[in-house]
Design a protein around this ligand. Structure first.
Ligand code: HEM
Length: 341
């Protein structure tokens, strides 16, 4: 009898602790998170992004991609340099000699430090810069849920395994995105980011010389700037040839016309289960815009879900170890800055 009432109180206490963590974790994330602590944060980021894109239109693409590659965690870990205890993600295969725009993020961070010291996280800077980049080149806008904390560590091996590569087939792409808690439809919408920016010859050489599901005149044109054997690995071509610096739905028109630059791009329109979504976006840019914006918010939010799961796990461990919740240090929305593993 005594033991059953003890276990009932234990369950009640556990539920209370879980509630505390899950509700406080999501309550604090908000688009207005910095309104009081750093009222100019959002405009500082917007102005810097606008200036960078004006200087070089491709920068919009590079900043958008930085956020995507950070978002297998959405915790700023992408920006960390190697230390004696870990190797950062900058040298991971999908990132090395490929990611651009770090200097723009550094500039924004230093302006923010002058305006409000140690307030705005790098993860938030990346997310807002990605949104502002899309807007700067004519794309949709969305509200970024702010208040994430930065990681104090990074994982080279996760970056190598989690970020999909250009030779991925449809099922690999699907598992990579669904593994992040996104749907197949989100994956197709987010891939529309390839409506801007460039890729290196080494990323699409096999496609333009060996594949058959490619428009032949498109392949011939690309071969002029990307030789079959060796050399020219870094020669660039636009992911969307027609409007490479405009965020529009032309990427999907390209796919329907068999003009996807990467093998992974054309996999979205290759007789598989997402063909119809590609056709729909190729005819309806407003549908693409709203699905893209929603998927960007979801990409950000999925880690929130993971965080809540981690918080639950921590609460469980704390409960089992008999420590009080006040002794557990937990950030606004990330785990790391305070060192919880
Ligand atoms: C679906 C799976 C994806 C694959 C396999 C993929 C792969 C790639 C590759 C190989 C490049 C060229 C890199 C180089 O040449 O160095 C690239 C560029 C780019 N990717 Fe993706 N990507 C994917 C999804 C995404 C998503 C979801 C986003 C953003 C939401 C994104 C944004 C970009 C942008 C904007 C560029 C151009 C960057 C620039 O010009 O600096 N990609 N991607």
């Amino acid at each position: 009898m005594a033991s059953s009432s003890a276990s009932a109180s234990a369950v009640a206490l556990l539920l209370l602790v879980l509630f505390f963590f899950s509700s406080s974790a999501s309550a604090q994330l908000s688009p207005t998170f910095y309104n009081t602590s750093c009222p100019n944060a959002i405009s500082i980021i917007r102005r810097a992004v606008m200036a960078a894109v004006k200087r070089e239109p491709r920068m919009a693409a590079s900043l958008l991609r930085l956020h995507f590659h950070d978002c297998f965690g959405c915790d700023g870990s992408l920006l960390l340099d190697d230390t004696s205890t870990f190797t950062g993600e900058k040298t991971a295969n999908p990132n090395n000699n490929s990611l651009r725009g770090f200097e723009v993020i550094d500039r924004i961070k230093s302006s923010l430090e002058s305006a409000c010291k140690q307030v705005v996280s790098c993860a938030d800077i990346l997310a807002v810069a990605a949104r502002d980049s899309v807007v700067a080149v004519g794309g949709p806008s969305w509200g970024v849920e702010l208040g994430r904390r930065d990681s104090t560590t990074a994982s080279l091996s996760s970056a190598n395994t989690d970020i999909p590569g250009p030779t991925s087939n449809l099922s690999t792409l699907i598992s990579s995105f669904t593994g992040k808690g996104l749907s197949i439809a989100d994956m197709v919408a987010l891939s529309g980011a390839h409506t801007i920016g460039k890729a290196r010859c080494t990323m699409f050489r096999t496609r333009i010389y060996n594949e058959t599901n490619i428009d032949s005149s498109f392949a011939c044109l690309l071969r002029l700037n990307c030789s079959m054997s060796g050399g020219g690995d870094n020669a660039l071509s636009s992911l969307d040839m027609l409007t490479p610096t405009m965020f529009d739905s032309n990427y999907y028109v390209d796919l329907v016309n068999m003009k996807g630059l990467l093998h992974s791009d054309q996999e979205l329109y290759n007789g598989g289960l997402v063909d119809s979504q590609v056709v729909s976006y190729s005819n309806d840019s407003s549908k693409f815009f709203s699905d893209f914006a929603n998927a960007m918010v979801l990409e950000w939010a999925h880690v929130r879900k993971e965080f809540n799961m981690k918080a639950h796990e921590l609460a469980r461990k704390g409960f089992e170890a008999g420590i009080s919740k006040s002794k557990m240090v937990i950030g606004n929305e990330g785990i790391g800055a305070q060192g919880i593993a």
